[in-house]
Design a protein around this ligand. Structure first.
Ligand code: AMP
Ligand code: TRP
Length: 327
């Protein structure tokens, strides 16, 4: 059987260049080697309060962003998580396998619950059980994600191993695929924080749908380090972050890039980086606009049908093994 990939992004806020460089870009590259499933995880989004109209719109927008990035619906399955009810069903089962202590140790939970302070939903805590369900339903081999998801992947493996031990071999144990470069793009306004969809300050991220003026302005304002020369240097995280984005967008080696910027300063780096980003995003946005509602609807319905056919098989086995078989 062909090896499988599963990954997803939440339809909350605006997808940014970090999502593209850390995740989407690798999905596109890997889709020809693996049987691939790319999901818009709307059930994850509601762990934090969402406006229903906005959520509906963003869910479709994220699917468009997948397609425009180069996910080919002829080879990959693109679908909306809530269209396949087995995700919620298996999540419940895995909630009964995962331990509260494991969930409480998740750094994303700790960060998000701290930020929200009051009225933290139980769903925010049990979020990793839903993510594990997403992955395990498809007997996934590889999960291409950014660095921030590594801990959730480890928990997924632990839960799958526990289930297999207690109820018999059921789930394939997935591996994380975290890129060597780009797994954690930092915020432009603070190189010690990751670029994030949910940060109040939109100047920290370059949205995949930002226009050229906005992109130039955000890079111009980006924080830099002390010093003047433009080179990759871990002790200068701001410039190294900008150079990393430049490296991934231009597909040049670090040596070529350092040679290009030799004797030039931060202003040149920011200008060239804005040019490279705009050169990438303008055609990208053109492709987003070129996808009609009808075409999108058809792709998502086909995707849900294909996903459901596989999810049903796994779910039936899970119920069988656990003794929840109904009449
Ligand atoms: P999310 O926005 O949390 O739904 O994430 C979607 C994907 O983008 C996941 O694989 C994340 O690990 C990845 N991702 C999110 N933020 C970043 C970032 N700043 N740098 C690299 N990858 C990221
Ligand atoms: N939790 C992931 C994030 O915030 C999104 C996600 C949900 C996911 N289910 C997944 C990623 C399954 C990979 C596989 O980025």
């Amino acid at each position: 059987m062909a090896k499988r990939i599963f990954s997803g992004a939440q339809p909350t806020g605006n997808l940014h260049i970090g999502n593209y460089l850390g995740a989407l870009r690798n999905w596109v590259a890997l889709q020809h080697e693996y049987e691939s499933f790319f999901c818009v995880v709307d059930l994850h989004a509601i762990t934090i309060p969402q406006d229903p109209e906005v959520l509906r719109e963003k869910t479709r927008e994220v699917a468009r962003l997948y397609l425009a990035a180069g996910i080919d619906p002829a080879v990959s399955t693109i679908f909306i998580q809530s269209d396949v009810q087995e995700h919620a069903e298996l999540a419940w089962v895995l909630n009964c396998v995962v331990r509260i202590g494991e969930l409480e140790r998740m750094t994303q939970y700790k960060d998000k619950s701290k930020k929200q302070r009051e009225n933290v939903s139980a769903g925010l805590l049990t979020y990793p059980a839903l993510m594990a369900a997403d992955i395990l339903l498809y007997q996934t081999d590889l999960v291409p994600v950014g660095q921030d998801q590594k801990q959730h992947l480890e928990l997924t493996r632990d839960v799958a191993e526990r289930f297999n031990r207690d109820f018999g071999e059921t789930f394939r144990i997935p591996d994380a695929y975290i890129p060597k470069v780009g797994a954690r793009i930092q915020a432009l306004d603070d190189p010690l924080k990751k670029m994030s969809k949910s940060d109040e300050n939109a100047n920290g991220r370059i949205g995949l749908l930002d226009d050229a003026d906005t992109i130039r302005r955000k890079f111009k304002r980006a924080v830099t380090d002390s010093g003047t020369d433009v080179r990759f240097d871990e002790t200068r995280p701001a410039v190294t972050n900008l150079l990393t984005v430049y490296q991934l967008l231009t597909n040049q080696t670090r040596e070529e890039i350092e040679a290009h910027f030799a004797g030039k300063g931060y202003a040149q780096l920011k200008g060239d980086l804005a040019d490279a980003t705009i050169a990438f995003l303008e055609p990208y946005q053109e492709r987003v606009r070129g996808i009609s509602d009808e075409e999108l609807g058809r792709i998502l319905r086909d995707g849900a049908d294909k996903a459901r056919a596989i999810a049903e098989v796994t779910m039936r086995q899970v119920k069988e093994r656990m003794g929840i078989v109904g009449a």
